[in-house]
Structure formats: C-alpha cells, structure tokens
Design a protein around this ligand. Structure first.
Ligand SMILES: NC(=O)c1ccc[n+]([C@@H]2O[C@H](COP(=O)([O-])OP(=O)(O)OC[C@H]3O[C@@H](n4cnc5c(N)ncnc54)[C@H](OP(=O)(O)O)[C@@H]3O)[C@@H](O)[C@H]2O)c1
Length: 293
C-alpha cells in the first residue's frame, strides 16, 4: 500500500533481467574465446550527433567488458548511401566480424531501411532485417528483434505467466508491436499467449486493453495508457516512449500503478533488456558462424 492508502503494483525492473542475460553472454564469450573464436561486434556511426556518438561509446564499452572486440567505422555526416553500403559490404565479407550495429538515427538524407537490407541478415544484431522478420514470422532461428525479445525475457524473469493468457498490445509498429505479437504467439512455454493488437484503426481500443491480463504499451504517445484502460490486477509493460530533448515521456501514466498488479517502472523497465538482447544476438551470431552454437 502507498502512503495515500491506494494499492501500488509490484515493480518489474529490467536491470536484473539484463544482468542475468549479460552474465550468460559473458560465459558464452569465454567459451568462444577458449575455442579460438574472438566474438566481434562492429559498430557504424554516421555523422556527429552527440547523443548517437554517446550511445555507440556506451555499447562499445559494454562490448569490451563482455569480451567482444568492436571494429568501428565513423562516416562523415556528408556520407552517401553508397558510402554506407560499402562499409556494410566490407563487414559482410569479413569472416572475423560476427555482428554489425548501425547506430540509429542516421542523417536525414540517408535511408536506414535500405542500408539495413544491405546487411548480412546473420550479422543483424538488431534483429530488424526483413529476412529476420520473415524468420520470426515462420518460427525459424535467427536474431530476434531486441525490444520484443527483451519483453519476453522480462516477463519470464519476473515469473509472469504468459502461456494461455490474454496479451493486448497497443501499437503495431515494426520495432515493437508487430514483432512482439508474433513472438508472444509462438509455441513456447514463455510465450503461447492469446495476442490481440490494437491501433488507430480500432478507436474503441480501451475495450480490449481493459480485459488484458498483460497489456503492452507500444504506441509512442505519452500518457496514452491511463488507469481506466487497465484491468485491475493486470500486468502493464511500458514499451512506448517519446523523448522531448532528454526528457523521457512514457506511454504509461504513473497512476496506472494504482490499478495494475504489476508494472514496469517509469525508467529502467524495457530499456535495459533491449540492450542486453543486442549482445545476446551478437554472441549467438558468433556461435552460429563458428559452428559452436
Ligand atoms: N523501450 C525501448 O527500449 C524501446 C525500443 C524500441 C522502441 N521503443 C518505443 O516503442 C514505441 C513503438 O515503436 P514502433 O517503431 O514499433 O512504433 P511506430 O511505428 O511509431 O507505431 C506506433 C503504433 O502505435 C499506434 N498508435 C499511435 N497512436 C495511437 C493512438 N492514439 N491510438 C491507438 N494507437 C496508436 C499506431 O497505430 P497505426 O498503426 O494505426 O498508426 C502504431 O501502430 C515507440 O515509442 C518507441 O520509442 C522503445
């Protein structure tokens, strides 16, 4: 109970989930190195955006801590689409490179999706290449999109049963809602859910979210989920966020904690699990490429 006497939901933080996943990644890296394979996660930065440069530095530091090497290419902001494709072609051809990360966003004159399609799908650590989306749809092995995979891991870690339960996802975007729906509907103990996806084409979407045993906000519309949209005692996962400058504005209003049974914290919920999945994809790519998976 909170000091105001209202019930407050159990928190579902992402940090311990990420810690566990990263510990497994570190163990796999040790095993790969012992077998003579040095896992390599290449990074590509285009332009001089401070925030993007900062994100790349954080990932490189984490990669080094986990035992990866990280060859890095920094292209000028004036780089052409062909310049970017040439970098990706080099990494595709380099057998010592197992995963490639192109920091998003890239300058506005460049097409990120076109560049992504140039990447070897087996080296796509974001799991967003069209071939990997197809593999997900077909249930074939391959890198999984990081945020959806992170949400499945978060639910499993915190002991939230998913199988046989009703999951409602608000949003059908390519990064989150759509791949998450495919993932949680798969036949697996940590998935196997009855999944419903709602969006702007379903104006009365609250009718669905109110009955959700697990509600995932994936809209990117600050405060769109209010207590009246939540089933009392249900689980609420806040995936959607918008940044205004450095301010993070989540889809899920904090007051939902007074209705939900369990809820991700405003900060430190889905985010840390997303980053952990990137490294899981990278180490699995190294395992597959070296036949040690
Ligand atoms: N936490 C993390 O680590 C992380 C990682 C990746 C992404 N994200 C966040 O996840 C969110 C989704 O990303 P995305 O790329 O998948 O999404 P997106 O392409 O921006 O799609 C947003 C979805 O939300 C729906 N939507 C928007 N406003 C709505 C409204 N008023 N009522 C009902 N539905 C509405 C849209 O419906 P229509 O399809 O009908 O337009 C669309 O399906 C973003 O906020 C992104 O920042 C978070």
């Amino acid at each position: 109970m909170s000091s105001s006497g209202t019930t407050t939901a159990r928190l579902l933080p992402g940090a311990p989930v990420a810690e566990q996943v990263l510990a497994e990644v570190a163990e796999s890296v040790v095993a790969l190195r012992a077998a003579g394979v040095t896992p390599a996660l290449a990074t590509v930065l285009v332009g001089d955006d401070d925030a993007s440069a900062g994100y790349i530095r954080i990932k490189q530091r984490q990669a080094a801590e986990l035992g990866f090497v990280s060859p890095h290419v920094h292209l000028a902001a004036s780089a052409s689409q062909a310049d970017l494709h040439a970098v990706l072609a080099d990494f595709n051809a380099d057998k010592a490179v197992h995963g490639v990360l192109v920091q998003y966003p890239i300058p506005g004159h460049l097409d990120y999706d076109r560049a992504l399609a140039e990447l070897d799908p087996d080296k796509d650590v974001d799991g967003m290449h069209p071939v990997n989306m197809g593999r997900l749809a077909l249930g074939l092995p391959g890198p999984l999109p990081c945020t959806p995979a992170g949400i499945e891991a978060l639910l499993a870690f915190h002991g939230v049963p998913v199988a046989g339960r009703e999951v409602v996802i608000l949003g059908r975007g390519a990064t989150l809602g759509r791949p998450l729906a495919m993932l949680l509907a798969q036949k697996r103990p940590t998935a196997n859910a009855a999944v419903t996806v709602v969006h702007t084409g379903v104006p009365d979407w609250a009718r669905y979210t109110r009955r959700a045993e697990i509600l995932v906000a994936a809209a990117g519309v600050p405060g769109i989920i209010q207590p009246e949209h939540v089933r009392p005692g249900g689980v609420v996962i806040g995936g959607g966020v918008r940044y205004e400058g450095r301010r993070l504005l989540p889809d899920v209003d904090e007051s939902c904690a007074e209705v939900a049974g369990a809820i991700t914290p405003r900060v430190g919920g889905v985010g840390p699990t997303t980053v952990a999945m990137l490294f899981r994809n990278a180490v699995r790519a190294a395992q597959r490429a070296s036949g040690l998976g």
